[in-house]
Design a binder for this molecule. Structure first.
Ligand SMILES: *Cc1c(COP(=O)(O)O)cnc(C)c1O
Length: 354
């Protein structure tokens, strides 16, 4: 036996490409095209470097309080972490601790199976319907927990609150995590269900609708018993996950509700225009409730379109996976960026007609 046999081997999650060069139109990782709230810049100017001598507050209480206040919850119902990837990983560790398989859709955020494999959590995927919708009935069999994004990624389709409630109410003996990474772009949040159900966890992120992907902030909201269990696991792993500057900047961010709303409105308006532009070019897509669209073209291979756009310095996301390998996931950028994209696509179709 060599050390090689004693080492854990995993297949990691592959994040979207972060091109090193400037002058690219980056529509591949669902970042926000607008800068974060000016209150964040102000908070950054007010940071005191001398404070960095000191460890941060392990509970990130200032930020927890700001998040709780924003959603009308008690501080004891909120957990914050280093991006919702960190929050979700902690949730998997804490809440998915049974021999029964957890359930999530076959087409969904590609980190779920990576965490399940890493943490040796058994799982079963539930096949999305032909229209890529989630059928709540699929989630009513015995399970060790449930997780799904609403709206789902990369499809952009949402599940109405009544259908989410069906899943939560139908599983009183396991924890249901609703990953609301994109909820601010038009879907209904499951937060109101927290009053009625003690088995629900809602996660959100500052990376998309709040323009802070580079800062790494996410949160979980649930009843206080679940939040306590989550904190117990976190303090058993790494207590000081969130640094002082991040706590201050994220707090300033969530306090600026007006800026956040206007940003989301702009993205929704651009999304609608983009859907029209793409349909005019022959793409087939459903109305999205996220800050991206998921489109296929009946006459052209998504993989080829993807490569062509890349050659024009426009990055979109292509997944070489069963059922979705002829789709492109395109993040909504500014109006100008989306017009450039449409222009490049027009060139592509003209060129390949010859
Ligand atoms: C982007 C994303 C996340 C995680 O985002 P963070 O940047 O880690 O907060 C979680 N779930 C889904 C579905 C996402 O698309």
């Amino acid at each position: 036996m060599s050390w090689e046999d004693r080492v854990r081997k995993v297949v990691p999650y592959t994040p979207g490409e972060q091109p090193k060069t400037d002058h690219v139109i980056k529509l591949n990782t669902n970042e926000n095209p607008y800068p974060p709230s000016p209150k964040v810049a102000e908070a950054l100017r007010n940071l005191k470097t001398d404070d960095l001598r000191l460890y941060p507050d392990p509970a990130a209480s200032d930020l927890v309080h700001a998040v709780a206040k924003n959603y009308g919850l008690k501080d004891s119902q909120v957990f914050v972490g280093v991006g919702s990837d960190d929050v979700l990983a902690m949730c998997f560790m804490t809440f998915f601790h049974s021999k029964d398989p957890i359930f999530f859709p076959d087409i969904t955020y590609s980190f779920y199976d990576v965490w399940a494999d890493l943490l040796e959590i058994p799982y079963e995927t539930k096949v999305l319907k032909a229209d890529f919708g989630i059928d709540p009935e699929d989630y009513l069999a015995p399970n060790g927990g449930i997780v799904f994004p609403n709206p789902n990624a990369p499809t952009g389709q949402d599940l109405p609150l009544s259908r989410i409630e069906r899943i939560v109410a139908g599983n009183p003996d396991s924890i249901v995590i609703v990953d609301e990474a994109y909820v601010d772009f038009g879907a209904e949040t499951a937060l109101p269900l927290l009053e009625k159900y003690d088995n629900l966890v809602v996660t959100q992120t500052f990376s998309k609708s709040r323009s802070l992907a580079g800062l790494r902030v996410g949160c979980a909201m649930a009843n206080e018993r679940l939040i306590k269990y989550l904190n117990d696991v976190k303090y058993s792993f790494n207590s000081y996950t969130m640094n002082r500057p991040t706590i201050a900047l994220a707090k300033a961010c969530i306090e600026d509700q007006a800026y956040f709303k206007s940003c989301c409105q702009k993205i929704v308006a651009t999304r609608e225009k983009t859907e029209d532009l793409l349909r005019k070019l022959g793409f087939i897509l459903r109305d999205s409730k996220a800050n991206f669209v998921f489109a296929t073209h009946p006459e052209r291979q998504a993989k080829e379109i993807f490569a062509y756009l890349k050659s024009r310095n426009i990055y979109v996301r292509y997944f070489d996976k069963p059922r979705i390998d002829n789709y492109l996931r395109i993040t909504i950028g500014t109006d100008e960026e989306m017009e450039t994209l449409a222009g490049a696509l027009e060139d592509y179709f003209k060129r390949s007609e010859i």
